[in-house]
Design a protein around this ligand. Sequence first.
Ligand SMILES: Cc1ncc(COP(=O)(O)O)c(C=O)c1O
Length: 375
Amino acid sequence: MGSLRFETLAVHAGHAVDPETGSVAPPIHLSTTFARNEDGVPLGGHTYVRESNPTEAQLEAALAPLEGGEAALVFGSGMAAGVAVLQALPPGSHVVFPDDAYYGYRAAAEQYLPNWGISSSFVSMDDPSAVEAAVREETRIVWLETPSNPLLKVADIRAIVEVARRANALTLLDNTFATPALQRPIELGVDVVLHSTTKYFGGHSDVQGGALVFATKGELWEKVDHVRHVLGAVASPFNSWLVLRGLRSLACRVAAQSAGALAVARALAEMPEVSAVHYPGLESHPGHEVAKRQMSAFGGMLSFQVRAGKEAALRAVGRARLFTRATSLGGVESLMEHRASSEGPDSRTPQDLIRLSIGLEHPDDLIADLRHALC
Ligand SMILES: Cc1ncc(COP(=O)(O)O)c(C=O)c1O
């Protein structure tokens, strides 16, 4: 399957017509336990649902080639996937995170890593020299998130991979916003790719899941697989099936969402009520040139700041009619949120910032809704 283009792979990876029934859509295996033969050998390679199950394995077989990795592991959520990597590290390890990493990982780093004997630093990843200054002898992982949530900052993946390699650290990249339809971190040297499959992979705001794709099926894969088995943050068969279904239309959804987001970002940049638009597809974005090198389009997420401040931003969110006022992203319907309110009292997000997830509506209708909301 290696030479197929992404759109084709997204439809066919990990897919086979069911040999017993001829069913084209994959079956869902809900069984929690699996039989063995007279000699005690598992009949189908599975023994117990927490360890592995056929629907989860089918999703993993689809995800690994989509990201260009050797193996994947799926989890109950994106948080569970990321934290499983941290749980696989020995005490004494150090992790470098982006300063605007998804706020759940910051909470995990601040509230739990110290209990496990792991330290962390947060640095601005749009500057590789800041990463260089932060790595130490005991740094095991340099964590990237590009474009980042919610400021859409862009990190130079190749440059940071080089910094991490010189420090003998692995790199993990949260590719939730871009998806492999637009950005292939493993081709740029990244060791592990992280996804909240709740977002674009599921694609319809109706399933929670997480995934890790490993460049090589080596020691780290083995350790994280063990963490999942013992600590139990597994994906359910039904959720794995829904994500598998979502994958099949990923390429065309993300292409349309990227085109819509670019149109919305350009329109917002012209509106007098808006003081800043954060979208890497805009020539004015500080990371635009780097994003052009490492992304084939710029994704369906953007954020902007309202010139008149927090109250005006809250009012605009309240006036929207077409955008749904809700957190999360990557579904077919466009979503809008006052991001700092969603993140809670510890949020570092500017109070005048509104985050948008662009869905599959016509961008002109979305732009008209934003004009109405902001006026
Ligand atoms: C970039 C990013 N990474 C990870 C996560 C966590 O995913 P989940 O909510 O599936 O645990 C999110 C959730 O919003 C996210 O936006």
